[in-house]
Design a protein around this ligand. Structure first.
Ligand code: ZN
Ligand code: ZN
Length: 496
């Protein structure tokens, strides 16, 4: 805010990037309170005419502050003086389809190009940004005091081994919830899996409901009862009998937010609760209604996915329960542990104020895991240092540079042929590039298409860029590319 003030006094404009559309109203309100100046917002839920007038005001210089989500990085500005990327670690800054770009990286490039400063802000910086800071390429500033004099919450690890855990809730957590609710406070439970249950299973033969178009299980949703693929959005009715043995008894495995909600309604019938996830906030106004109900105390228990980890403040929440932290420790995606740490510290940051310090209870089957131990100290930087040295040892980004050539088509051999030809080009170019593949994507079939990829690895980003320029020019000449969908993702954050 101080930096923006200075820039505006010099007659210049500031561009502020934020991660989520659902944060825009609160953020704009805060800026309007502070600055009596023309402020415009740019995000995907604007209609065409509002977007045009905001865009024109930015371009002419009339708008002094431009606030927007990732694509706002492309806004032309007559007199740009400063770029701010708030919550720079957030993965929504990366566009994962069509034109692939990372708005944070473009912000750095654009600021350098324009000769203006760029500020990346986060309580849980990405490893990419930390690496640059620690190497002295960025200046590093810390804000040692929490906003509003809030105190860092106290962390506690709940060992789930040998405990009687019902619907994801350990006796210890239930007991603690009762205590906090009885004293009039609010409780937040974090579970990053929506729906009722990720698996619907036949009790007789263990048949599972699978998506017909993806290598994925259908998630069971309760209201209305249906099966929903979270990858291709296919939906279908819950089958009346098992497709394999004809039996009519089904059971569910695993826990989603809807199931947690149902369990809590049984456990705590006297305390109204609300759920915040993509299903419960789909319609316009639902998010605002829920946030207002939390703020005015109508709801006493909040259940949420990572949507609640972003930006909101819940000063009367004194207990945060992390239902399942194990998935993030043992994922095939090497970035999962970084995301676990970020979301955990962010969720913890939602709780408490000076008068009401918060507690965070982390449920896990691996209480001695070093990452859990570091998070328990609330020490994100030590945690990040550990992760970064692991990445260094394994030559993983950001200590190496990667690019991912992804291809998909209905016929598997066409995908494979294309990638084999692409690999031949890469091999012929030589240079300090490692080519891996073709290998199946993590999800080998999605929405009916077979998916494979080639991975290019280099120690130096410059070497990778030189290689990709030559490689792409030759790739464009392949006739096999006409039969498939393909994309090249430099610095991929998801391995597909
Ligand atoms: Zn599907
Ligand atoms: Zn069956």
């Amino acid at each position: 805010m101080h930096s923006i003030q200075q820039i505006i006094e010099q007659g210049k404009q500031a561009l502020v990037l934020i991660p989520e559309i659902n944060l825009t109203p609160q953020t704009i309100a805060r800026f309007k309170q502070r600055f009596a100046l023309p402020i415009v917002a740019l995000h995907s839920s604007l209609n065409a005419s509002s977007r045009l007038s905001a865009w024109l005001a930015a371009r002419s210089g009339e708008a002094k502050i431009v606030i927007g989500t990732r694509s706002a990085i492309f806004t032309p500005m007559a007199n740009l003086g400063l770029i701010i990327v708030d919550e720079e670690h957030d993965s929504s800054f990366k566009q994962q389809d069509t034109f692939r770009y990372h708005a944070r990286d473009l912000a750095i490039w654009r600021a350098r190009d324009a000769g203006v400063p760029v500020v990346l802000g986060s309580a849980t910086p990405s490893l990419e940004t930390l690496q640059h800071s620690w190497a002295g390429r960025y200046r590093y500033f810390t804000l040692p005091e929490r906003a509003g004099a809030a105190m860092l919450p106290h962390f506690r690890v709940v060992d789930l081994r040998g405990q009687f855990v019902e619907q994801g809730l350990s006796p210890a957590l239930l007991q603690e919830m009762k205590k906090h609710l009885a004293t009039g406070n609010q409780v937040l439970l974090f579970l990053n899996r929506r729906g009722f249950s990720p698996v619907l299973l036949c009790q007789s033969c263990a048949w599972m409901a699978l998506c017909k178009h993806c290598d994925a299980r259908m998630t069971y949703h309760l209201r209305p009862p249906r099966l929903h693929c979270h990858y291709c959005e296919a939906q279908q009715k819950v089958p009346e009998k098992c497709e394999n043995c004809g039996d009519q008894q089904f059971t569910t495995l695993g826990l989603g937010t809807q199931r947690l909600e149902e369990a809590l309604q049984t456990q705590f019938p006297e305390f109204p609760l609300t759920r915040i996830d993509r299903d419960s906030t789909r319609r316009k106004g639902q998010m605002e209604e829920r946030l207002a109900g939390i703020e005015n105390g109508t709801y006493r228990i909040l259940i949420g996915t990572q949507m609640i980890a972003k930006g909101h403040h819940f000063p009367n929440v004194t207990l945060v329960g992390v239902i399942d932290s194990d998935a993030g420790l043992f994922s095939s995606d090497f970035r999962a542990s970084e995301r676990l740490g970020q979301v955990l510290i962010q969720v913890a940051g939602r709780a408490g104020r000076a008068s009401k310090p918060g507690e965070v209870w982390i449920q896990t089957h691996y209480p001695d895991h070093p990452l859990i131990q570091q998070l328990k100290q609330g020490d994100y930087l030590t945690f990040a240092k550990t992760l970064l040295s692991e990445r260094q040892e394994a030559k993983l980004p950001p200590t190496a540079s990667w690019a991912l050539l992804h291809a998909e088509a209905h016929r598997p051999h066409e995908v494979e042929n294309f990638l084999q030809e692409a690999k031949a080009i890469a091999t012929a170019l030589q240079g300090p590039i490692n080519t891996r593949g073709p290998i199946s994507a993590l999800m080998a079939r999605r929405a009916g298409r077979h998916r494979m990829q080639l991975l290019f690895q280099a120690q130096e980003k410059k070497a990778l860029q030189r290689f990709l320029r030559l490689f792409l020019a030759r790739l464009e000449t392949l006739s096999t590319k006409l039969r498939i969908h393909w994309s090249l993702d430099v610095d991929p954050v998801e391995m597909g």
